[in-house]
Ligand binder design. Structure first.
Ligand code: DGL
Length: 268
């Protein structure tokens, strides 16, 4: 048994999609969340910068005495997971493998689409992971960078989101995929709009779901579950204040985020 909290980080509030799944799967685990709101987006930055930023995020979480780190950010998971694992001794989990496994399990026609940030798509991390499980799969990828600011702005369910989704997804829809990986923390918040554009015949994969199951499995196997029967305590840290973090984050999590604390991430 290990009652220390689970650390989760992302470039902004999108990683709360992973926190939501963790709370569902592991309701009595404490969670420390860090959103690098001062430096979002990561998805359009160079690998070197994303490596530097994400290392600072892990260092900060280590100061919070976390028992493991979940990299909610797809961009970091796809380009730097191995670097982070080699730098730090704490267990570090990403979202790519669970997302890829779920997509392979869901497809019937072996045609899978992947959408993410520029960084995630150009790394081809999802593609490689999917092909390692199912080599005969046809994969169609598309960077959808504008989805991120649309969600951060609180415009997920607007006409702007719909038109943007249509513009990005029409080509991928034409490829007759039956499964689409939402390969970015923010995209599950656009699931309604994306499903409308893609049609009901396409299964949307939220990698956060498989990630939460993966965390549960690892904590169980390594005897690190929090066996305390109380509901978990959640603490939120950001690198810049946005009222929006608390507002949009609370709506999304379905519970109030109050008192997100601001930290100086450059110190780590
Ligand atoms: N968290 C990022 C991801 O999942 C999206 C936002 C960003 O570009 O930083 O790829």
């Amino acid at each position: 048994m290990d009652n220390r909290p689970i650390g989760v980080f992302d470039s902004g509030l999108g990683g709360l999609t992973v926190v939501k799944e963790l709370i569902d799967e592991l309701p009595n685990e404490d969670i420390i969340y860090f959103g690098d709101t001062a430096r979002i987006p990561y998805g359009t930055r160079s690998k070197e910068i994303v490596e530097k930023y994400s290392s600072q995020c892990v260092r900060f979480l280590e100061t919070q005495n976390v028992k493991m780190v979940v990299v909610a950010c797809n961009t970091v998971s796809s380009c730097c997971l191995h670097v982070l694992r080699s730098k730090f001794h704490i267990p570090i989990l990403g979202v790519i493998e669970p997302g890829a496994q779920a997509a392979v399990a869901a497809t019937n026609n072996n045609r899978i689409g992947i959408i993410g940030t520029e960084g995630t798509i150009s790394s081809r991390a999802y593609e490689k992971a999917i092909l390692s499980y199912a080599p005969n799969t046809s994969i169609y990828s598309k960077a959808c960078s504008l989805f991120v600011p649309i969600v951060e702005e609180g415009w997920a369910n607007t006409e702007i989101a719909y038109l943007t989704a249509k513009k990005y997804l029409d080509t991928i829809k034409a490829m007759e995929i039956d499964t689409l990986v939402l390969g970015c923390t923010h995209f599950p918040l656009l699931a309604k709009v994306i499903q409308t554009v893609m049609g009901d015949g396409v299964t949307l994969i939220n990698p956060a779901e498989g990630t939460a199951l993966n965390v549960k499995q690892i904590l169980t196997e390594s005897d690190m579950l929090n066996l305390d029967e109380n509901k978990g305590v959640y603490s939120f840290f950001v690198s810049d204040f946005g009222q929006k973090f608390e507002q949009i984050g609370s709506n999304f999590l379905g519970q109030n985020i109050v008192c997100a604390q601001k930290i100086d991430i450059e110190k780590y």
